[in-house]
Ligand binder design. Structure first.
Ligand code: ADP
Ligand code: MG
Length: 447
């Protein structure tokens, strides 16, 4: 993850364009990034007055600019000089005493703030069950589902709940990347044996260990081995383990079988994309939480038109409010939606071409382009062809007839059929969703 400075520098570029030059020089430039902790960016300013002015005039703009710089940032705080001094000294203290792996959790990610619907009621119940009865009920708990569907939110909710109800427990949250980097650091240490012992101690001397985004452990053989050891030690000592991933254990390529079977010992629970009502309720809750003043039409529009992830939906909400504020309004309406989404649609879609999509699909399935757009009817070709059609519909703004043309002059009804087939498959099988996500990823990164 980028550090506070890097994120702030990117945010400044957005702010420079969005606020007046005077405001930028006077208020925005006075802010200094001092820390990034638990996905909250801390900025210091020169006086209490400056803090109040900045918040009054530019809170939404700053929030938007930071979100655009890094969508994982959940909040920012501006500290006046007194608060900055206090913050820095308490950080110093906690660095000195904190060999204990107690984590602070994002206070916005609680069970209360989690909207429950059909898509996530089981995973919610499982997370809640573990939080109320760690170890005794479900161990390990393995949560999986697509990007931005609330996995990290639930892990933090468990953490928040336990810090309140069971302050005696040591609860640790770690991303797979952090775990891996820690391990790599200790392998590089001169005193390797000592370093590994202290690494193991750090991760096993807890009552609850949560590891987020475990899919990134694939391909890292020695980290897998170490995680296996940590897992066993915790499990044997009756400690709770909670894992989140974007895919089921059986879909993580190159995951060692013994780890896969460990993950399957408890409960594996998936989280799905929420239905319209739940999406609406989530947006409403977010608007309340952030004190956004927003028309129901707008919430309806965003809930209706989003089809991939909640984080993205929240990004749109934040952008719409930002545009309303830019034009001096305290209330966001459908006019702001049009304004806010104008650039987004164009800039996202213009660099993706049908050719890029076709190349990515061919590469993924290891088939030739001639076969993909040709006439062959065997299953090994038909499904990739339908996936390519689906992706072109989803990622580009093309008329159905033009898509038919790309595939050797097929009728537009064939394209509709392909799209529906893949959409249903995504709903029914996690495997299809993962395939689509993987291909989309390669297309987006090929830009
Ligand atoms: P993931 O870890 O699955 O990629 P996150 O947990 O980071 O996703 O969630 C993305 C955003 O969506 C967060 O801001 C989170 O609060 C929000 N979110 C997801 N699901 C819900 C829900 N059911 N209710 C409220 N907010 C949600
Ligand atoms: Mg996450």
């Amino acid at each position: 993850m980028q550090d506070a400075k890097e994120i702030w520098n990117i945010a400044l570029k957005t702010l420079e364009k969005e606020v007046t030059a005077v405001s930028f020089d006077l208020w925005i430039k006075s802010l200094e990034p001092i820390d990034l902790k638990n996905n909250v960016l801390y900025l210091s300013t020169t006086s209490e007055t400056a803090k109040n002015r900045v918040l009054k005039l530019h809170e939404q703009s700053i929030r938007y600019a930071i979100k655009s710089a890094n969508e994982d940032i959940v909040d920012f705080k501006i500290l006046d000089p007194d608060e900055t001094t206090k913050y820095k000294s308490s950080e110093q203290e906690s660095k000195v005493v904190s060999s204990s792996p107690i984590c602070k959790f994002n206070e916005k990610f609680t069970f209360d703030n989690f909207v429950v619907g059909n898509s996530n009621k089981y995973v919610y119940a499982a997370a809640r069950g573990v939080a109320e009865n760690p170890v005794t009920k479900i161990n390990p708990l393995y949560i999986y589902g697509g990007v931005g569907l609330g996995k990290t939110h639930l892990l933090h909710a468990i953490g928040n709940y336990l810090s309140k109800t069971r302050p005696d427990l040591k609860v640790m949250y770690v991303t797979c990347n952090k775990f891996t980097n820690d391990y790599i650091d200790c392998m590089a240490n001169k005193d390797k044996i000592g370093a590994i012992a202290s690494f193991r101690n750090k991760y096993t001397n807890v009552d609850v260990l949560m590891v987020d985004d475990i899919q990134f452990i694939s391909k890292k053989t020695s980290t897998q081995e170490e995680f296996f050891n940590v897992f066993n030690e915790l499990y044997q000592n009756n400690k709770q383990i909670i894992i989140a991933s974007d895919r089921a254990p059986k879909e993580i390529e190159t995951l060692e079988d013994r780890l896969r079977s460990r993950f399957s010992m408890g409960l594996i629970q998936d989280i799905q994309f929420p239905d319209y009502e739940t999406r609406f309720a989530i947006l409403q809750k977010k608007a309340q939480q952030e004190h956004y003043n927003i028309d129901e039409d707008v919430i309806d529009y965003i809930a209706t038109n989003s089809n991939s992830n909640i984080r993205e939906m929240e990004g749109v909400l934040c952008k719409v409010v930002f545009y309303a504020n830019l034009s001096g309004k305290t209330h966001a309406t459908m006019d702001d939606v049009a304004e806010a989404l104008k650039d987004q649609v164009i800039s996202e879609k213009k660099s993706i071409t049908s050719d890029k999509i076709i190349v990515a699909v061919c590469k993924y399935f290891n088939i030739s382009k001639d076969d993909l757009i040709g006439k062959k009817k065997n299953k090994e070709i038909v499904e990739p062809r339908q996936i390519a059609m689906y992706l072109i519909c989803d990622m580009m703004d093309l008329p159905l007839t033009s898509i038919g043309d790309i595939f050797g002059g097929r009728d537009h009804t064939t394209v509709i059929h392909a799209r529906e087939k893949i959409l249903n498959a995504i709903k029914d099988s996690n495997r299809m969703r993962v395939t689509i996500d993987d291909i989309k990823n390669t297309i987006e990164h090929a830009q």
